[in-house]
Design a protein. Structure first.
Length: 618
DNA sequence: GGTGTGATCATGCCTGCATT
DNA sequence: AATGCAGGCATGATCACACC
């Protein structure tokens, strides 16, 4: 009340004037009521409290209103101002400035001028501007400078937008373009610094883009909001989905902590299930508990309590640091809360990694020896541009593969890279010839020594035979990987593919595969004219190695599918429309048993009961 | 996240011009 | 000549941004 009373004569702002008038009327009404006086006669109605007079109306009205009011006070103020002159020059506010600068306001009581537009539309950061607080710097120069200032221009833009709503729409369109640019940068993983040049490019293409927000910080803000919006959409879809499956892909990082990418599969009313990235979680430890905690955090972040809400039906765990034991342990742990959980072999892009990791141990040290030798051979060329050039001329295939691999030191299993072994076999003679040449150069002692060691490896009968045999094994695993990468692969089919692979591997243990056969046919006393060493000494040893590799590989593949989930997963073959019988009669009874089995498995699941009830009621 | 740098703005002083 | 005013210029404060 005090403030308003104080401001009663202090402002010519239209908003203030209207409010002051209302206050005056209310005060009168209050006084009347206090004095217990009768209501005023209907000719002078007491206005009601502040109606919906919008700011917009006041703004549009304020110019004429202010000017009118000023006209009445102009003379008196002028007289008062002139009386105070004397001695050092005193600058005074000149009322004609109000006509010259429409945004200018002046309060004779406070003897301050300010900018009406800036006061209404300023941003937090510039609240200290003299033309917002109130200035006593009565110089036309000062006002002109303010009119040209960026702050004023920005506020003016906002003011005009408010006055003309149709411009807001245009601004929205322009901002949408800016959002597109920010989204593009984020989704392509491009630096935020590209924001401005990209926006400028669009401008050159005659697209209207706003001039503001073109710095990195604002781009980051836009990306942040885009991300938030997309996540909220996803969360909403997840909440609506009656069932969820989770895929966890662990990753070992030697520099930072281990982490796991959590993906979630959900169903909507139409179309197939969707798979989306949920979040990346740091692993406190690569243990069952570490993974469960990561799962808690991933779902906790979107307000889903997976243990209580009981909507999770499937789990796939993959990754370099995930052992068979860990995978099984995790399944056991989660099944304590969600007994219907299916643990399925999720898409396995690189089965050779897991197989090689699992089978390589002390008994099969030959694998690691081979790996080390291969890495040394590739490194020998990879990190010497000169040697690489020489290799390019003679052994183009191997050179290409080496380049493709990038940093050899970062490749987990060179053996697993099918094309590397293939390339080595293809360019075998050229590589051996080149190494021989390098080893014979006395001026490059270091390189010569390495080349000699590598020659020793390449001209070893057992090494070469092992490479041929591994090519057979890797080929089987590569076919499996290819099958896993198929777009519409059913779980039941994945199981079949694993079975097939196990079968093929067992055949390799008994009879030589395609590659080994080729080796045996080619090798007669020497190999393409290269005399191999340690001939036949290791034939028995090789056979034992071959057997072991096959056995272990079979075992690892067999463990891929969780035994508890197997029966349900096999029953899910019923969903493969291609396997349905043509005959209508037979179709009726087709897979009745399997459907019943799947139903019984999920029967205990609360959300299934709800889903079925909802279906019935509709 | 701290720091240096340039841009912007408010302010005061000075000067030149117009008016009294 | 005195006075008033606009505009130029210098200066310090503050802010945004780039860089480390």
């Amino acid at each position: 009340e005090g403030e308003v009373a104080h401001g009663q004569t202090a402002s010519y702002c239209a908003n203030c004037l209207v409010l002051q008038e209302k206050v005056r009327q209310l005060q009168e009404e209050l006084d009347r009521l206090k004095a217990n006086l009768p209501a005023p006669d209907p000719q002078t109605p007491v206005p009601t409290v502040m109606d919906d007079t919008s700011e917009q109306e006041m703004d549009s009205a304020d110019e004429s209103l202010t000017n009118e009011l000023l006209a009445s006070t102009d003379e008196t103020l002028k007289a008062a101002g002139a009386g105070g002159a004397g001695g050092r020059r005193i600058r005074r506010f000149k009322h004609e400035w109000l006509k010259k600068f429409w945004f200018l306001r002046y309060s004779p009581t406070l003897n301050e001028m300010w900018c009406h537009v800036c006061r209404q539309y300023t941003v937090q950061s510039s609240r200290t501007s003299a033309f917002i607080l109130g200035s006593k710097q009565f110089k036309i120069h000062t006002i002109k400078l303010h009119a040209q200032s960026n702050l004023h221009k920005k506020c003016l833009q906002l003011y005009k937008l408010r006055m003309h709503p149709e411009k807001t729409e245009e601004m929205c369109r322009n901002m949408t373009l800016l959002f597109h640019v920010a989204y593009h940068l984020a989704s392509e993983g491009r630096p935020l610094a590209d924001f401005r040049p990209l926006a400028e490019l669009l401008k050159k293409c005659d697209l209207k883009i706003v001039d503001q927000y073109l710095n990195e910080g604002d781009c980051q803000t836009l990306v942040h909001h885009i991300g938030r919006s997309l996540r909220e959409d996803l969360f909403e879809r997840l909440r609506l989905s009656p069932f969820l499956s989770v895929i966890m892909d662990g990753r070992t990082d030697e520099l930072l902590a281990d982490n796991v990418a959590v993906y979630v599969q959900y169903v909507t009313g139409e179309g197939p299930a969707h798979t989306e990235f949920l979040s990346l979680q740091e692993l406190s430890s690569v243990t069952v508990d570490g993974y469960v905690q990561a799962l808690d955090r991933a779902f906790g972040g979107i307000g889903i309590k997976w243990k209580e809400e009981k909507v999770m039906v499937g789990l796939g765990v993959n990754g370099a640091n995930v052992t068979t034991g860990l995978r099984a342990g995790l399944a056991v742990k989660i099944r304590k809360t969600l007994p219907w959980l299916l643990c399925v072999p999720c898409v396995l892009h690189r089965p050779h990694l897991e197989v090689l990791d699992a089978i390589s141990n002390k008994e099969l040290s030959c694998l690691e020896d081979l790996e080390n030798n291969l890495k040394q051979l590739l490194s020998f060329y990879r990190y010497s541009p000169k040697l690489m050039c020489e290799l390019r001329v003679t052994a183009a295939t191997l050179c290409e593969e080496t380049e493709f691999l990038g940093d050899i030191r970062a490749v987990r299993w060179v053996i697993g890279e099918q094309n590397v072994l293939n390339a080595l076999i293809k360019d075998y003679l050229e590589v051996v010839a080149h190494l021989k040449e390098v080893s014979g150069q006395p001026q490059k002692a270091e390189a010569a020594a390495v080349a000699l060691a590598l020659l020793h490896f390449l001209m070893d009968y057992q090494s070469v035979k092992l490479i041929y045999f591994l090519l057979d094994v890797i080929a089987v695993l590569a076919r499996l990987a290819f099958a896993f990468q198929g777009e519409a692969l059913l779980v039941a089919h994945a199981d079949d593919k694993v079975e097939e692979a196990i079968e093929e591997i067992s055949r390799l243990a008994e009879a030589p595969g395609e590659y080994l056969q080729e080796f045996e046919e080619t090798f007669q006393e020497n190999f393409h004219g290269v005399p191999l060493k340690n001939l036949r000494v290791a034939e028995a040893k090789f056979n034992s190695i071959r057997e072991k590799i096959c056995q272990r590989t079979q075992l690892i593949l067999a463990q891929r599918l969780d035994s508890n989930s197997r029966s349900v997963i096999r029953a899910s073959q019923v969903f493969d429309v291609a396997s349905w019988p043509q005959n209508e009669e037979r179709l009726r009874s087709h897979c009745e048993e399997e459907i019943l089995h799947i139903y019984k498995h999920f029967e205990i699941m609360p959300s299934l009961a709800i889903e079925l009830r909802d279906r019935k009621s509709t």
